[in-house]
Design a protein around this ligand. Structure first.
Ligand SMILES: [Zn+2]
Length: 317
């Protein structure tokens, strides 16, 4: 099955042509999410046309379109339910109708973290297991779960994907979601600068002079003993580890997959989270495997064929 896939991020849109869980060709476009989604749709169509031409494939050989969206969605009806400041017009769009008219193809829409887990489950680090949770460490913190071979969605499409907004610090700051002390508010790239600037001694930290403040810098400066970088690293590792225990307790997985851009420092993160789970999670049956994503930022792209078959079972393979 050949699928036209895209992963709509806040700053980048990944566009790909996928066959049987493998990306045949892909490109990355600037998101300009502040302009809305309707204005990006012609760009998506032309990007897919170019990729198909490069692969010497025709639109008629494709089975469908998959779209990963960074917010709450109604997957059954392919509608965006909330936009939280990204692609503000998305809730008004009938994307399924757009794909039918413009591409002649059925479309599936799903939350991006959920799609990333489906990708890992079918073709990546989660293959062979039907009980998985995933944490995506990045600008925000994405989570989701597969339980007994079923992708967890819930009555309103929210189940499993709000782990980043579980309370990790009852005395913490107000999060953009309305809750207080969320995991994402405590330790994510979006909140890194605010947290760093509140640390005593920040002005004297070498990290304060770094041209970019991200977790790659935090881990690099922490490894040479910069006090603020060590504080940021250690606090973040504790938050992500505690979040992992919460997810293990909530969803009873065999394995926890960790992905996202921050996992460029996975050699530091994985053993810490794994050991924290071993010490603090209640799992009398054994131990949860903690593994890195193997598909990286292609995970959400490769999930389309599974979702298309789930929602349109008559589709040809
Ligand atoms: Zn929150």
């Amino acid at each position: 099955m050949i699928v036209l896939a895209c992963d709509l991020g806040g700053t980048r849109i990944k566009v790909g042509v996928v066959r049987d869980g493998r990306v045949l060709a892909q490109t990355v476009e600037e998101a300009r999410s502040n302009l809305g989604l309707a204005r990006q749709l012609p760009m998506l169509k032309s990007a897919w046309m170019r990729l198909l031409e490069r692969l010497q494939l025709r639109m008629g050989e494709c089975s469908g379109v998959s779209m990963a969206f960074p917010s709450l969605v109604d997957a059954a009806n392919a509608r965006v339910l909330a936009e939280y400041g990204k692609y503000a017009d998305a809730m008004e769009l009938d994307l399924r109708e757009w794909a039918r008219v413009e591409l002649g193809l059925p479309l599936v829409l799903e939350n991006d973290a959920r799609m990333a887990l489906v990708g890992e489950w079918r073709a990546g680090a989660g293959r062979g297991s039907n009980d998985l949770v995933m944490i995506t460490l990045g600008t925000g913190l994405g989570t989701c779960a597969v339980i007994e071979g079923r992708l967890l969605r819930g009555r309103h499409g929210q189940a499993g994907i709000l782990g980043g907004h579980s309370t990790l610090n009852i005395d913490g700051g107000n999060c953009r979601c309305g809750n207080v002390g969320c995991a994402e508010n405590e330790a994510s790239t979006a909140m890194l600068r605010r947290r760093a600037e509140s640390l005593p001694g920040w002005a004297r930290s070498a990290l304060a002079q770094a041209p970019v403040l991200d977790y790659a810098q935090v881990f690099a400066y922490a490894s040479v003993g910069d006090t603020c970088a060590v504080a940021l690293r250690d606090h973040s590792l504790r938050v992500w580890s505690a979040l992992a225990v919460n997810l293990v307790h909530a969803y009873d997985p065999e394995a926890l997959i960790i992905g996202g851009g921050i996992m460029a420092s996975g050699e530091v993160i994985l053993p810490v989270v794994s050991e924290y789970i071993r010490q603090h999670a209640s799992t009398p049956w054994g131990s949860v495997r903690v593994v890195a994503s193997t598909l990286g930022d292609q995970a959400a792209l490769v999930a389309g064929d599974w979702l298309l078959q789930e929602q349109f079972p008559h589709l040809r393979l």
